[in-house]
Write a protein that binds this ligand. Structure first.
Ligand code: NDP
Ligand code: CA
Length: 283
């Protein structure tokens, strides 16, 4: 399962979700909705972005058998908000009844030879039933329009790092909020990397290459209501190594009618991103 859960510290201020009722954004409500959404899927592997309440998630998810690995952003924007609970970052959880952890490794993404403010968290796991191993990566690339070039550089660095540092024989599942639509260079970089990655949703689309219509759908406030901006786009992905894994099922996205005219977040959907989920089998 891949999900940008929306950092609590960003949700109530900076993000400016004007159509979302204020109390739907309260952490007391949202944290239960987030847990509910995760347990609804009950994934073997859970990859999250914008986690600024890792200890809460770890405490709750550990009661149902999950073990987590959290990598905070070096200089998270959450730290500069009034209701900061610490830095946000990426987290990978796995079910310890199904997998044995072989290693975990977190790294900061570099571009032009220097560290950026984005990270990748990884765990390498051995499947207890089959004995096969695989790695999981979770990332959240630089946000916002105009930063395509940085996202591309971050992606190229991450792919090369994973290629060099993960066990060569093992399968890889790379989940993330790439903040990049399928037309961006970083999407192409994933497809062309020596890791041999495919995008789970695209492979299983009608023509085998089409990404979903949206993975995030929100309305941000403008100076006046007429200037509110509706953003509906596809920027989250589940990549996997084609030679070692096959997708057998995908979770569907809610329709526009189900989402409602005010889009998300909302009482029903606690984040401005929808979750993605894929079933895999080893080839
Ligand atoms: P990013 O630019 O990658 O984005 C940070 C977060 O903002 C993401 O979670 C992103 O969500 C969200 N976001 C995207 N678009 C918007 C938008 N239009 N309005 C509000 N939020 C949005 O963060 P960086 O790590 O590069 O940090 C840069 C930002 O952090 C700066 O712009 C600054 O505001 C803040 N910062 C401030 C510091 C300071 O005050 N001294 C120091 C460090 C950071 P998503 O990925 O879902 O789109
Ligand atoms: Ca966000």
């Amino acid at each position: 399962m891949q999900w940008n859960i929306l950092a609590q510290a960003l949700s109530v201020g900076k993000d400016n979700f004007v159509k979302c009722p204020h109390d739907a954004l309260s952490w007391d409500i949202r944290r239960l909705r987030i847990i509910e959404s995760i347990l609804d899927v009950l994934p073997d592997i859970l990859c999250l972005q914008e986690v600024d309440h890792y200890l809460f998630l770890e405490e709750v998810l550990s009661t149902v058998g999950y073990v987590g690995n959290f990598c905070p952003k070096p200089d998270s924007p959450c730290l500069y908000t009034d209701n900061s609970n610490g830095p946000d970052g990426c987290a990978a959880f796995y079910r310890s009844d199904k997998f044995e952890e072989i290693q975990r490794h977190n790294f900061v993404l570099r571009a032009d030879g220097t560290e950026t403010n984005q990270v990748c968290a990884t765990v390498t796991l051995k499947c207890k039933s089959s004995g096969k191993s695989f790695s999981v990566g979770v990332t959240h690339l630089k946000a916002k329009y105009g930063w395509d070039d940085l996202r591309h550089k971050q992606g190229v660095y991450m792919l090369s790092y994973l290629h060099k540092n993960l066990p060569a024989s093992s399968a890889l599942i790379l989940c993330g909020d790439f903040n990049a639509e399928p037309t961006e260079q970083v999407h192409k970089a994933c497809l062309e990397s020596p890791l041999g990655l495919k995008s789970a949703y695209a492979v299983n689309s009608e023509n085998g290459i089409m990404e979903p219509a949206y993975t995030t759908w929100k309305i941000r406030g403008g100076a006046t209501e007429e200037e509110d901006v509706e953003v509906c786009r596809t920027i989250d992905y589940i990549w996997y190594t084609e030679k070692s894994l096959k997708v057998t099922a995908l979770k569907e996205f809610p329709t526009g009618d189900e989402i409602g005219a005010e889009r998300v977040p909302s009482y029903a959907y606690p984040s401005d991103h929808f979750s993605l989920a894929a079933d895999f089998k080893f080839l």
